[in-house]
Design a binder for this molecule. Structure first.
Ligand SMILES: Cc1ncc(C[n+]2csc(CCOP(=O)(O)OP(=O)(O)O)c2C)c(N)n1
Ligand SMILES: [Mg+2]
Length: 414
């Protein structure tokens, strides 16, 4: 009994390679070819399709990608510290995934619309979301924190994969708006050419097992919707490794739906940028969806409520640290003479400034009046809500000064 179940134990071998070899032998599935341009040694390689896209990145753009990755890593450290100090109820760290997020986010255009999970702080940065606003939800003082219409960056979705359905629905809406606009103003097509919008749906390797992802991909394919599915395969869904979620490379799944699937080195910001730019162009041009699997690693804990030492080995973490996305871009920038010590010192001091801003703003975030939760439940008065509010008022009156217990509104969980 039980021997036919996939093992969840990591035995120190290259699990993905083993699974891919099995898949090839059993089902004739080819192993995934991974697009990589910038290797861990900081040397730039060649790709017949994507080098052309990478060459569009100027020295300034490359420095910008580094600065963004460094900023979001610094922010991550600060937010983790704020949680440890009791200023945030929970934090979801992104360290290790900076290239996957900054590369893809920076490849998007302002008119594109992004549906994140709960870990896409790097993408939020590229969409100009105020990072202090982003912490409101994690402090438990807001259900959202920012207005998605300001940045085309949707609110975080904690229900795994639900946002992939929202994303496909949104993309189908874009298609219909375009058709309507073309019908109402024939001949205007040239003016709007190149400004078409696409959608990116982010999700994780664990979320890929949800039915919502399957339904999203079926709909996206059937309707040729302008959506890019961006799966960050960070190798873990809390304590469950990716090789339990899938017997084939995740990028290969796209074939079954009838659209392109690309595995990219998710720790190579240049390749991620190039592949995402290509995919968004493909979608905007009406050629349909693309699945990108960014092969990366969650270096830290799943959340501040998790302890990864209970389910994985430090040797695995060390192997991935050697593929660090920031380090390899720094090597490249230095060896090509594109950035000097002064640049890296400035990036560091900018990061410290960002951290100080975030710390100050978080401390100043006011706890909303808990009565607003009752007021916002229904558009009109409801007897049940009124009854619950009356109970709450009576309960609060039992405390000194008639106030509710201190910190009650800030105790959110995940
Ligand atoms: C529908 C649903 N089921 C379960 C959970 C609990 N849960 C939260 S995160 C998580 C793991 C997700 O892993 P993955 O999709 O790989 O994303 P990652 O956290 O690694 O970024 C689970 C099971 C949830 N939030 N929603
Ligand atoms: Mg994961």
């Amino acid at each position: 009994m039980g021997t036919h179940l996939p093992s969840t134990e990591f035995d120190g071998t290259a699990v993905d390679d083993q699974r891919e070899a099995d898949a090839e032998a059993v089902m004739g599935q080819p192993p995934a070819q991974m697009v990589q341009l910038l290797g861990p040694d900081g040397k730039l390689g060649f790709d017949p399709v994507f080098t052309e896209y990478a060459e569009k990145l100027t020295a300034e753009a490359l420095r910008g990608l580094y600065a963004d990755m460094a900023a979001i890593r610094r922010f991550d450290i600060e937010a983790t510290a704020l949680q440890r100090q009791g200023q945030l109820a929970l934090w979801v760290p992104l360290t290790g995934q900076e290239a996957a997020q900054i590369g893809s986010g920076r490849a998007s255009q302002p008119q594109d619309y992004i549906f994140p999970t709960y870990r896409e702080h790097g993408v939020a940065l590229t969409r100009n979301v105020d990072l202090a606003e982003l912490l409101r939800q994690f402090r438990g003082v807001s259900n959202g924190g920012w207005n998605p219409q300001d940045t085309n960056f949707h609110l975080y979705t904690l229900v795994l994969a639900a946002q992939t359905l929202h994303a496909v629905g949104y993309a189908m809406g874009i298609q219909r708006d375009q058709k309507l606009a073309a019908a109402e103003a024939p001949g205007q097509g040239k003016e709007s050419a190149g400004k078409e919008a696409a959608v990116i749906a982010y999700f994780g390797d664990g979320a890929s097992s949800e039915g919502d992802v399957h339904e999203s991909m079926v709909f996206a394919s059937s309707y040729n919707a302008p959506v890019v599915f961006f799966c960050q395969n960070n190798h873990w869904a809390i304590s469950v490794p990716t090789n339990v979620q899938t017997r084939v490379p995740l990028s290969n799944r796209a074939k079954g739906y009838g659209f392109p699937g690309i595995r990219v080195d998710g720790n190579d910001v240049i390749a991620v940028h190039a592949v995402t730019e290509w995919a968004l162009e493909h979608a905007r041009q009406g050629k349909g969806p693309v699945l990108i699997e960014a092969f990366t690693y969650r270096v830290g804990a799943h959340t501040t409520a998790d302890d990864p030492t209970k389910y994985r080995q430090s040797a695995e973490e060390d192997a991935w640290r050697a593929k660090d996305p920031l380090l390899r871009l720094e090597k490249y920038l230095r060896s090509e003479g594109l950035a000097d010590d002064g640049f890296f010192a400035k990036v560091k001091s900018d990061g410290d400034e960002l951290a100080a801003y975030v710390r100050r703003t978080t401390h100043d975030l006011e706890t909303p009046d808990i009565r607003s939760a009752f007021a916002n439940t229904y558009a009109e008065a409801h007897p049940l809500v009124a009854e619950e509010l009356a109970w709450f008022e009576e309960y609060s009156a039992g405390f000194a000064g008639g106030e509710e217990p201190a910190g009650q509104a800030g105790k959110a969980g995940h």
